[in-house]
Design a protein around this ligand. Structure first.
Ligand code: CMP
Length: 142
């Protein structure tokens, strides 16, 4: 069992894609949306969450973007959840994303790319823990 975090980012929120994206997730057999919340990140939240990118030239832009409006954070659990979600999300750059992926459908650019997905099982645990307490997770059938 793995956990992964998806964030529906401000650009996708502004375009009204919460429902479209949740509907894609709900259709995935074996992936359980165990936590779901709308939040507004503070600049400190965004700097901590993306600390791994702090030396990148786009870091300031990334913090601005991620804090300009509310986002939806979703904790997802399932077998092979990290790789499966990365497949559903598509490449970081929407121009390189496969047909039918969330970024191909809804993202504009490499910076404003509609959603975030954890890149490893280890980060899946860290990132879901960034937004949720263990006691908040609710499973569909357990
Ligand atoms: P995400 O998968 O959330 O992880 C890091 C984020 O940084 C990425 O999605 C983009 O929003 C942003 N990002 C990555 N590469 C670039 C880039 N070359 N220019 C601007 N933003 C980027």
């Amino acid at each position: 069992m793995e956990r992964t975090l998806m964030i529906i980012k401000p650009d996708a929120m502004e375009k009204g894609h919460i429902g479209d994206i949740l509907s894609i997730l709900e259709k995935q057999p074996g992936l359980d949306l165990i936590g779901l919340r709308k939040v507004k990140l503070s600049p400190d939240d965004a700097r901590h969450f993306y600390a791994i990118h702090k030396e990148r030239p786009f870091f300031g832009e990334l913090v601005q973007y991620m804090t300009r409006g509310p986002v939806v954070v979703i904790a997802i659990e399932g077998e092979n959840a990290v790789a499966r979600m990365r497949g559903i999300i598509g490449a970081t750059n929407p121009k390189e994303a496969a047909e039918g992926t969330i970024r191909k459908l809804y993202a504009e650019s490499i910076g404003e790319n509609a959603v975030h997905g954890s890149d490893s099982p280890e980060n899946g645990l860290v990132e879901t823990g960034f937004f949720f307490f263990e006691r908040e997770f609710l499973r569909l059938r357990k």
